[in-house]
Design a binder for this molecule. Structure first.
Ligand SMILES: Nc1ncnc2c1ncn2[C@@H]1O[C@H](COP(=O)(O)OP(=O)(O)O)[C@@H](O)[C@H]1O
Ligand code: SF4
Ligand SMILES: [Mg+2]
Length: 321
């Protein structure tokens, strides 16, 4: 690990050795000794004002990381350090209002019976007891306009909006608490390509205007490289490569990162994209990608590769570079 490289940074978030397993079965016949190992010692840092892209196929553990960050799950072990900015330190705010989580599917995360006004302001009403309705309305109107909707939308309900508009409402709800870190979990995955571009442009405008730090979670490595400053590639709950987003398509070394790029280009790959993410039912004592990797050797099946750190902080876990 290149300590000098990380010491100089102003990090808003530091995640160290996060580990999380879930019971495999539930109900009367559940066996308490069977688990899915969702996260295995995951560590990364997000620099203040920057966007970190956590990328991997479905089931890799990305949402589990997000849910641990906002306290929806409790980690089995590991550490999450959130560093508030100097001008917000004395406000006695909770981490829950500093970190906001925008989900993939706004249709499910927005209550269909509530008006947009209630959806946007319920959290703030709870956080700032005694806040006047006029003040809430003014804040909600301002935030709606910032995300490209109009004041009169406050009285409407989620079903009256398109998928893209619903995602704008989700973003507005996240922004109302003035968070310092925004977690965007597959926020464009369920949308048409043309709408995806609009939402990404909106997020780009918002984060530069507000100097927001972001954790951008996605399965699309190409979109993530375009949108993020740094990329972390995950497989079966293990971070396998990390590097600068700008030139990641040239610098990526891990066979899994290469597979993700090849997949995004329509399957032009030096090996077949066979198989799928296998949930880890045992604590990993091998390379997490060994069951799919065409370059695997005997060693890959006997131990988990340590990080190899390159000159510019790019790092990769693979025995066969
Ligand atoms: N609440 C849960 N209970 C049991 N297993 C879970 C739970 N949440 C996630 N998992 C399992 O943990 C693994 C990682 O899931 P998840 O973090 O949702 O992945 P991703 O967001 O990358 O698709 C998967 O095998 C998933 O089935
Ligand atoms: S360590 Fe082995 S199995 Fe894992 S990615 Fe590298 S070559 Fe493939
Ligand atoms: Mg997910």
């Amino acid at each position: 690990m290149n300590e000098k490289f990380s010491e100089k940074k102003d990090n808003i978030l530091e995640v160290k050795n996060l580990t999380k397993k879930f019971s495999l079965e539930s109900g009367f016949f559940a066996r308490k000794d069977r688990f899915v190992y969702a996260l295995n010692n995951v560590s990364f840092e997000i620099e203040r004002g920057k966007t970190y892209g956590l990328v991997g196929e479905s089931g890799c553990g990305k949402s589990t990381v997000a849910k641990l960050l906002v306290g929806m799950y409790k980690a089995d072990s590991g550490k999450i350090v959130f560093k508030s900015s100097e001008n917000r330190k004395n406000e006695n705010e909770k981490n829950s209002s500093m970190i906001k989580y925008i989900f993939q599917d706004p249709a499910r995360s927005l209550n269909p019976r509530m008006t947009v006004f209630s959806i946007l302001t319920d959290g703030l009403k709870h956080e700032k007891k005694g806040i006047k309705k006029e003040e809430l309305k003014k804040l909600a109107e301002e935030i709606l306009e910032e995300v490209g909707l109009v004041k009169s939308d406050l009285e409407r309900r989620p079903s009256e909006f398109s998928g893209g508009q619903r995602q704008r409402i989700s973003i507005a709800r996240g922004l109302l608490m003035q968070p310092q870190l925004l977690i965007c979990d597959e926020v464009v995955s369920a949308l048409d390509v043309s709408i995806q571009g609009q939402i990404l442009n909106l997020l780009q405008e918002i984060r530069s205007k507000r100097n927001l730090s972001c954790l951008f979670i996605a399965h699309d490595l190409r979109v993530s490289c375009y949108f993020c400053d740094k990329i972390g590639v995950m497989y079966r709950g293990v971070l396998v490569e990390e590097g600068n987003a700008e030139d990641f398509y040239k610098t990526a070394l891990h066979p899994y990162s290469k597979l993700l790029f090849a997949g995004a280009e329509g399957g032009k790959t030096s090996f077949k994209n066979e198989g799928e993410v296998k949930s880890s039912l045992e604590a990993l004592e091998c390379c997490p990608f060994a069951h799919r990797c065409p370059k695997k050797t005997e060693k890959c099946q006997k131990s988990l590769p340590e990080w190899t750190v390159l000159e510019d902080g790019h790092k990769v876990r693979c025995f066969c570079l």
